[in-house]
Design a binder for this molecule. Structure first.
Ligand code: ADP
Ligand code: MG
Length: 243
């Protein structure tokens, strides 16, 4: 479903991604771990060209984009193929939960309002917010806002969902409700890449675990490989620190 080949990203002279290659199969959940500043967010943002990779190839399904030759229409397509959930929710503050989820369906997918509304209602019910359709973001808890953001990302039926530390801005008591929605989304067979520091959650959802350090994939493998038999000293140190 997804293939990255030799993705590099420089911010001026700062070489942040140093040749990242990875593949994600359809329905697979890949969890990315790594210390702050290792390039995890930049990698996710390069997949949908929120940051333009300096070089490398990004392939999602039938679309293959060479970063150095990417056209505007390739980037528009990549955006349609990906749904992203950020650390901060980025909802439209002056729109209800329902209107936030409907937005992409009406604007991007050109559904008529009635169909868009029906689909959005279903998605909000799925994330446990069927009784909050008409609430504005300011009337929702952080956990509820993040669940709206997940419903919104799901709305356009993306080929891959990208989660960038979706619970790290939440109060501790709200983390669980968001993780359980993400887990449910994972169990429904969605293809996902998840950056998280929630180690128990990571072990529960991951089909494949990647440990990033200083712009490279330092080590990768199954949950068993990475959490129970890490080979690299850096991986061992990181896991000791976060546990
Ligand atoms: P992580 O998500 O693993 O904490 P990031 O991808 O956010 O790491 O950052 C990796 C490196 O890239 C850091 O050194 C950071 O300062 C730098 N960086 C990230 N975004 C930008 C940007 N927009 N402009 C310049 N430097 C950036
Ligand atoms: Mg980050």
């Amino acid at each position: 479903m997804i293939k990255l080949e030799q993705v590099h990203k420089y911010f001026h002279k700062n070489h942040v991604l140093k040749g990242i290659s990875l593949t994600v199969a359809k329905g697979e959940v890949v969890v990315i771990l790594g210390p702050s500043g290792s390039g995890k967010s930049t990698l996710l943002r390069c997949i949908n060209f929120l940051e333009r990779p300096t070089s490398g190839i990004i392939q999602i399904d039938d679309l293959c984009v060479d970063a150095e030759k990417a056209h505007k229409r390739d980037i528009v397509s990549l955006r349609k193929y990906t749904g992203m959930v950020f650390q901060h929710y980025y909802l439209f503050k002056n729109r209800t939960a329902l209107a936030n989820v409907m937005e992409g369906l009406v604007v991007v997918q050109k559904l008529d309002r009635k169909q868009a509304e029906q689909k959005s209602r279903q998605l909000l019910e799925k994330v446990g917010l069927g009784d909050r359709l008409d609430y504005y973001p300011s009337q929702l808890s952080g956990g509820q806002q993040q669940r709206v953001a997940i419903a919104r990302a799901l709305a356009i039926n993306p080929k891959v969902l990208l989660f960038d530390e979706p619970t790290s801005a939440l109060d501790p008591e709200l983390v669980g409700e968001v993780l359980s929605v993400i887990k449910q989304v994972a169990e429904e067979g969605n293809t996902m890449i998840v950056v998280t520091h929630e180690m128990n959650f990571a072990q529960e959802v991951a089909d494949h675990v990647i440990f990033m350090d200083d712009g490279v994939i330092m080590e990768e493998g199954t949950v068993e490989d990475i959490f129970h038999h890490p080979k690299e000293e850096r991986t061992k140190q990181f896991l000791q620190r976060v546990n």
